[in-house]
Design a protein around this ligand. Structure first.
Ligand code: ZN
Length: 154
């Protein structure tokens, strides 16, 4: 028979079970619930500490190996090439967005005013394609001085 000890939750005396020599909570349901609650809280805190440690360790590793990515890129041409392709795609997308976002007055008109047929470049070789008839009015001549509100663009 083990000696009686005090439950750390309710403070009453109990006899620890023979197969749980370090038992600290009596077997009352409330005290067992309390034991599980404390256990979970402790583990959650341990997890947070763990994640924080991982984060710190990674940051300090990066600080100690500033050349790692440069060397990685230097020794992995496929990785470098793929990155370059992705960057070119991003740049192209950015450029076409910028053109789309300009208003017409900000693009130097290369043509004279008149009626034009407007077609999508990608559809030029398709026999039956969509075409718009548009009237373009040139507001400043090709090569001429831009409108005053275009100065920022030049
Ligand atoms: Zn208890």
């Amino acid at each position: 028979m083990n000696y009686a000890r005090r439950c750390v939750a309710c403070g009453s005396l109990f006899h620890p079970l023979s197969h749980v020599p370090n038992q600290r909570y009596c077997s009352a349901p409330n005290c067992q619930r309390e034991r599980r609650r404390r256990w979970q809280r402790q583990h959650m805190r341990a997890d947070e500490d763990y994640r924080e440690n991982q984060h710190r360790a990674q940051a300090s590793w990066r600080a100690r190996h500033p050349d790692y990515w440069r060397q990685y890129r230097a020794t992995h041409p496929a990785y470098r090439e793929r990155n370059a392709v992705l960057q070119r795609e991003r740049n192209a997308r950015q450029r076409s967005l910028m053109v789309a976002n300009m208003d017409a007055s900000q693009i130097a008109p290369p043509l004279a005013s008149g009626v034009y047929i407007l077609r999508r470049m990608s559809e030029v070789r398709i026999a039956k394609m969509n075409a718009c008839i548009v009237h373009l009015t040139v507001l400043s001549p090709p090569g001429g001085s831009p409108a005053p509100d275009c100065k920022e663009m030049m």
